[in-house]
Design a protein around this ligand. Structure first.
Ligand code: ADP
Ligand code: MG
Length: 324
């Protein structure tokens, strides 16, 4: 009896790792599950060594130190994509924000509040026009630096998806910090239920049923620091002002078939705020869906999600569909 049960149950494997400054968990089903996860973990670590601005000798560190570097094909491609997302979001997502991110040091051990003159001076080094990309050769203008932290985990989730595909994995789920990828359906054939965390509590704010999708959340509620005067500064910067975003949103979840794009857009929509984010979605509604939680207690979602989203019992959020 036991033997036949084991033989019937589909093989599965799970792994946890800490990489890219966050906890990650990966689960895959199928006969290649274990090897797929081993490869995926190795790949994530390799990406961190290549893309992190806090790892010495990464492509990004070399570039930021000497302003001129020959980077890997992969880094060059991702940087090129990042510049395109900057253009598409009118600079709300901008990897040249690095000098400002460094000045605030919000996710570092020594965060501080820079004065307005310092921010104004640093802002002159922000903008895609300061990045010169020519094949693998990248040059930055004086005083400039890049930070792929708003896109690297999303890119890593795309890489995991392609490793799963290479190994013939047809069911799995992956969470790289706030970056979720679900492969196929659950082994029982139902869609995966992806929980959207409640930014104001320990529980979840909504569940979304998804298959073969990326769901990436950005918000100010997890990475922040509290200054001496009690002001809370969260880690996403408005590239137009150089200050941490004072958003009317608590979180933005972008759901799409591309993890890199979902990561860039979740950061960008958080910067844009409710109005800007809705306008941006309307102009790009064929590319992604979105769930937004506002500071005044509404949970907004796009019409495609109507049959996929569920409210937890006793929710305090007012669920509303966004008009097309
Ligand atoms: P998380 O890294 O917590 O998943 P995000 O994907 O939203 O969240 O990325 C935020 C990180 O991206 C910041 O910690 C910072 O390194 C960088 N960043 C901050 N503001 C911006 C911005 N406007 N555009 C691009 N990257 C940003
Ligand atoms: Mg992001």
């Amino acid at each position: 009896m036991l033997l036949s049960l084991t033989a019937c149950a589909e093989k599965s494997a799970s792994t946890n790792l800490f990489a890219m400054d966050t906890y990650m968990s990966l689960t895959a089903y199928g006969s290649n599950a274990q090897t797929a996860l081993t490869d995926a973990s190795r790949r994530i670590n390799e990406l961190e060594r290549m893309l992190s601005r806090t790892v010495a000798q990464s492509d990004v560190s070399k570039l930021n130190e000497s302003r001129r570097a020959a980077v890997s094909d992969e880094t060059a491609t991702l940087l090129g994509d990042a510049l395109q997302y900057a253009a598409k979001t009118d600079g709300a997502f901008d990897v040249t924000i690095a000098p400002i991110v460094n000045a605030w040091g919000i996710t570092s051990d020594t965060p501080r509040v820079p004065d307005s003159d310092e921010i104004a001076a640093l802002l002159t080094h922000v903008g895609s026009s300061h990045v010169h990309l020519d094949g693998n050769a990248v040059t930055l203008d004086e005083g400039c630096a890049i930070d792929l932290g708003g896109i690297a985990k999303g890119y890593a989730s795309d890489c995991v998806a392609s490793i799963f595909a290479d190994y013939g994995i047809t069911s799995g789920c992956v969470s790289l910090g706030g970056n979720v990828y679900v492969c196929g359906n659950k082994p029982d054939g139902d869609k995966w239920l992806v929980a959207i965390q409640d930014p104001q509590g320990d529980d979840y704010a909504a569940m979304v049923a998804l298959s073969d999708a990326f769901a990436v959340t950005s918000g100010g509620y997890q990475r922040y620091f509290t200054a001496e005067d009690g002001t809370v500064y969260q880690h996403i910067i408005d590239p137009k002002t150089g200050y941490p975003v004072q958003s009317d949103l608590l979180s933005v979840t972008v759901i799409a078939d591309n993890g890199t794009m979902a990561d860039a857009y979740s950061t960008a929509l958080y910067v844009m705020g409710e109005r800007g984010a809705i306008d941006f979605w309307r102009a790009n509604a064929d590319r992604f869906d979105v769930v937004m939680i506002t500071t005044d207690g509404r949970l907004l979602y796009t019409p495609n999600l109507q049959d996929q989203i569920t409210e937890p019992e006793g929710t305090t959020y007012d669920f509303q569909v966004i008009d097309r």
